[in-house]
Design a protein around this ligand. Structure first.
Ligand SMILES: NC(=O)c1ccc[n+]([C@@H]2O[C@H](COP(=O)([O-])OP(=O)(O)OC[C@H]3O[C@@H](n4cnc5c(N)ncnc54)[C@H](OP(=O)(O)O)[C@@H]3O)[C@@H](O)[C@H]2O)c1
Length: 324
């Protein structure tokens, strides 16, 4: 089968497309013939050796796939060859076939296409866990989403609205902000043309923002933290801008607010029942037409480097997918 391979850590251009043997399913595993694989920011980190996980070489990036079960391990009973599924793989998805843990593989609801199924888990899974379990967003609260047109950001905009929040979407271009408004954002902030904190003061006054969703980090973090409401929750989701912010510890004290870490992958491992419940609720939102991933572009395996470069170049709105 064809696979995009990382033979040594490096930029997207260092990936190769090679012919390799199909994997075989061991106990508790399934082999999936991949139809679509979501591209996520961690894919850009894993090939550079900058992510939490460092798979053995050679490996394929690609942490969430949708496709058809080709083979199941002897003890796997809830899936069979021919089933349409979506799965979390961590890596390995930029390939015609991938090995997945059966417990992280879910049947696709009828009527869902592969592109949608490969766009659900990382982004909506992360943002729903962040807003539901970590921030416990309540109806009527104000939610500021940074990097709001990105993968997890746009999911947070959608889910924040579904949870009854007043959503302020912040991003770097007018085109990105227009998409956020299409997805329900009540207000927008272009943080390349106006200081984030000034515009937030215009929008929420002295009361401040109840919940900040931050997948970007960098120099936006302190401005957002300074704009928090009493009792607010600051969600630390990621550091797409690069630098990990160092923040003054007096601010949470003065504002009586919390700085809350979000690590969805670990949540899914440690609290599988709650995660499964979250996934079911997300599927219900999808069935009701309330959750529609924005597909920015699709790429064949041969152009994996272009897909990852789009993401590194900050040009992606919503999701990019590899399709087979
Ligand atoms: N904690 C968790 O469980 C978890 C789960 C999934 C992802 N994440 C993290 O969340 C972050 C976003 O992931 P994603 O898949 O949504 O990525 P994405 O689609 O690329 O979105 C990231 C956004 O960050 C902004 N950004 C600012 N500076 C950037 C830079 N130098 N390079 C790239 N983007 C930059 C961009 O928005 P503007 O151009 O509008 O600023 C971009 O839309 C990543 O750090 C990822 O590792 C965390």
């Amino acid at each position: 089968m064809k696979a995009v391979l990382c033979h040594q850590f490096g930029p997207p251009e260092s990936l190769t497309v090679d012919e390799i043997a199909w994997p075989e399913a061991g106990p508790g595993q399934v082999v999936i013939a991949v139809k679509a694989c979501g591209v996520n920011f961690p894919d850009t980190l894993i090939i550079e050796g900058k992510y939490q996980f460092k798979p053995a070489f050679p490996f394929s990036p690609g942490g969430e796939v949708a496709g058809v079960v080709r083979e199941v391990g002897a003890d796997v009973t809830h899936l069979k060859p021919g089933d349409n599924v979506f799965a979390l793989t961590g890596w390995g998805g930029f390939a015609e076939g991938v090995l997945a843990d059966a417990v992280k593989t879910f049947p696709m609801p009828s009527g869902m296409d592969y592109a949608t199924a490969a766009s659900l888990m990382y982004t909506y899974g992360t943002s729903y866990h962040a807003l539901k379990q970590r921030a416990q967003v309540r109806s009527g609260e104000t939610l500021l989403v940074l990097g709001a047109a990105g993968g997890v950001g746009l999911a947070a905009v959608t889910l924040g609205k579904l949870m009854g929040a007043r959503v302020i979407a912040a991003a770097s271009t007018e085109e990105k902000l227009a998409l956020c408004r299409e997805y329900g954002a009540d207000e927008t902030i272009n943080y390349t043309t106006q200081p984030l904190r000034d515009r937030l003061t215009e929008l929420v006054g002295k009361k401040g923002v109840d919940v900040v969703y931050d997948p970007v980090g960098g120099n936006l973090a302190e401005q957002a933290l300074r704009s928090m409401a009493w009792g607010g929750r600051y969600l630390v989701v990621g550091f797409a801008a690069g630098p990990i912010p160092s923040l003054p510890f007096n601010l949470p004290l003065l504002k009586g607010c919390s700085v809350v870490g979000v690590f969805w992958g670990a949540f899914a491992e440690r609290q599988p029942k709650e995660n499964k419940q979250n996934v079911q609720e997300l599927l219900q939102f999808w069935e009701q037409g309330q959750l529609v991933p924005h597909i920015h572009a699709t790429y064949p395996l041969e152009n994996a480097a272009d897909a990852l470069s789009e993401m590194v170049g900050r040009r992606v709105m919503g999701k990019v997918l590899m399709v087979i």
